[in-house]
Write a protein that binds this ligand. Structure first.
Ligand code: PLP
Length: 379
C-alpha cells in the first residue's frame, strides 16, 4: 500500500506500540479469568488492578472511581441513563446542542420516557458559557452533561465554571471527555465533575475499551447486571488485554503533551500554506470554533460553495485521510448539528471538513494537505 497521510485522529488513532506490546501476554499466555481464585489468575487480577491505579492516577481520581466499559458510547449511555433512572424528584437533564450523538440520543431516549431535557445552544465559537447554563438550571435539574472538548470543531468548554453552577443548584455534572483525554490536561478534582467518559482508541489505545469515572457517592444505577465485576456496577468478564493497553496508552499520551507545540506548528504550517495559496486572501474559507481555546491539531474548516464530501473523496484519491465531521455519522451527508449550532453561514456549511493531526504527522505532510486542498478547490 502507498504511504497515506492520516489526518483523521479524532476518528481513531493508531495503536501505540508500547500499548500493543503490553496487551500481547494477556492474549496468549495470561488468559486466566481475573475473577478466579487460583494462582493462574493472580497475575491477571494484578494487571487489572495496576491498570486501574494507573488510569486513576492520570486523572487525579481514586481507583475505585474508575469503571471499565466498552468505550465512549457506553460510558455516555451509562452516565445519562444510569443517573436518570436513579433520580427520584429532580428529573430534568440539561445538555448542549453540540454533544456527540451518544449523549444526544441517550437524552432523546429519556425524553421519550417523559424526562424533561433542555439543550443549551453553543455560541458561535462552539462554547457553552456559564451564563447560558445559568439560564436553564432549575431546582428540578438532576444532571447537567457538557462535553470537555468538541469532536468536530475542537472547542474546549469551561467545565469548572459550569460545574459550579450545576452543583450550586444540587445537580450532578457529567462531562464527555472522549476527545480531550490524552490531548489536554484532565483532572477530575480540578474540574469538580461527578462523572467523566473516556475511550481508549482516541488516545492510542485499542478500540472497544473505555471507562467511566464515577465520583464516590454518586447516585447512579449499574449499567450491566450480572457478575460482581466492577463493584457490581458493570458486570461481564473484563477485556484484560485491552484494559492493560488502555492504561499504557493513557500514561504514554501524558508524556506527549510536550508535542502540543508540534501540533500547533503543524496547524500553522497548514493554514499559512492555504493562505500562500491565496485561499485566505479570497476569503474562500473560515476556521470554525474557538481558535484560541481548542484541541491542538484539530482544525475544522468550511469552504465557500464547496461540497465537503467531494473534497474528502478527492483527497482520498491523493492518499490523504480527513473527515467531513464526526466519523460515526459518515453515512449521513447532511450538515452536522454542530456546524448548524455555531451558525456557520449557509454558503460555507456544506464545505466543512475536519483535519485532525497527531504528533506523528510532519510539516511536509501538513503542507501537502494544504496544497492538495488548494488544488482540488481551484480545479
Ligand atoms: N463522545 C465523543 C465526543 C466522541 O468523539 C466519540 C467518538 O467519536 C464518542 C463519544 C464515542 O466513543 P466510542 O467510539 O469509543 O464509542
Amino acid at each position: 500500500m502507498n504511504k497515506i497521510i492520516y489526518a483523521d485522529n479524532a476518528a481513531t488513532t493508531k495503536l501505540n506500540s508500547k500499548a500493543y506490546n503490553a496487551m500481547l501476554p494477556y492474549l496468549t499466555e495470561q488468559y486466566g479469568n481475573p475473577s478466579q481464585p487460583y494462582s493462574f489468575s493472580r497475575n491477571v487480577k494484578h494487571a487489572l488492578k495496576e491498570a486501574k491505579d494507573c488510569i486513576a492516577n492520570c486523572i487525579n481520581a481514586s481507583p475505585n472511581e474508575i469503571f471499565f466499559t466498552s468505550g465512549g458510547t457506553e460510558s455516555d449511555n451509562w452516565a445519562i441513563k444510569g443517573c436518570a433512572f436513579a433520580f427520584k424528584d429532580r428529573k430534568k437533564i440539561i445538555t448542549s446542542d453540540i454533544e456527540h450523538h451518544a449523549i444526544i440520543r441517550s437524552c432523546e431516549f429519556l425524553h421519550s420516557l417523559n424526562y424533561p431535557v433542555n439543550y443549551i445552544k453553543a455560541n458561535n465559537k462552539g462554547v457553552i458559557t456559564s451564563d447560558a447554563l445559568a439560564n436553564y438550571i432549575t431546582s428540578d435539574t438532576g444532571l447537567v452533561s457538557v462535553m470537555l472538548a468538541n469532536n468536530e470543531i475542537g472547542s474546549i468548554q469551561p467545565i469548572s465554571e459550569l460545574t459550579k453552577i450545576a452543583h450550586k443548584s444540587g445537580s450532578l455534572f457529567h462531562t464527555d471527555a472522549v476527545q480531550a483525554i490524552g490531548h489536554i490536561n484532565v483532572d477530575v478534582k480540578q474540574m469538580d465533575v461527578d462523572l467523566l467518559s473516556a475511550s481508549a482508541h482516541k488516545f492510542g489505545g485499542p478500540r472497544g475499551i473505555g471507562f467511566l469515572f464515577i465520583r464516590k457517592g454518586t447516585n447512579i444505577l449499574p449499567y450491566m447486571n450480572g457478575g460482581s465485576q466492577e463493584q457490581y456496577m458493570r458486570a461481564g468478564t473484563e477485556n484484560v488485554a485491552a484494559i492493560v493497553a488502555m492504561a499504557v496508552a493513557l500514561k504514554e499520551s501524558l508524556n506527549q503533551y510536550a508535542n502540543t507545540f508540534k501540533l500547533i506548528s503543524l496547524e500553522k504550517a497548514l493554514i499559512n500554506r492555504l493562505s500562500e495559496n491565496k485561499l485566505v486572501y479570497n476569503k474562500d474559507y473560515i476556521i470554525n470554533g474557538a481558535v484560541e481555546n481548542k484541541l491542538p491539531g484539530l482544525l475544522s474548516l468550511s469552504f465557500k460553495n464547496i461540497e465537503g464530501e467531494t473534497l474528502l473523496h478527492r483527497l482520498d484519491l491523493m492518499g490523504i485521510m480527513i473527515s467531513t465531521g464526526a466519523a460515526c455519522d459518515s453515512v449521513k451527508t447532511e450538515v452536522s448539528h454542530v456546524i448548524k449550532s455555531i451558525d456557520v453561514p449557509a454558503q460555507y456549511r456544506n464545505g466543512t471538513i475536519r483535519i485532525s493531526l497527531n504528533y506523528e504527522n510532519t510539516i511536509d505532510e501538513a503542507i501537502k494537505i494544504a496544497d492538495s486542498i488548494s488544488k482540488v478547490i481551484k480545479a
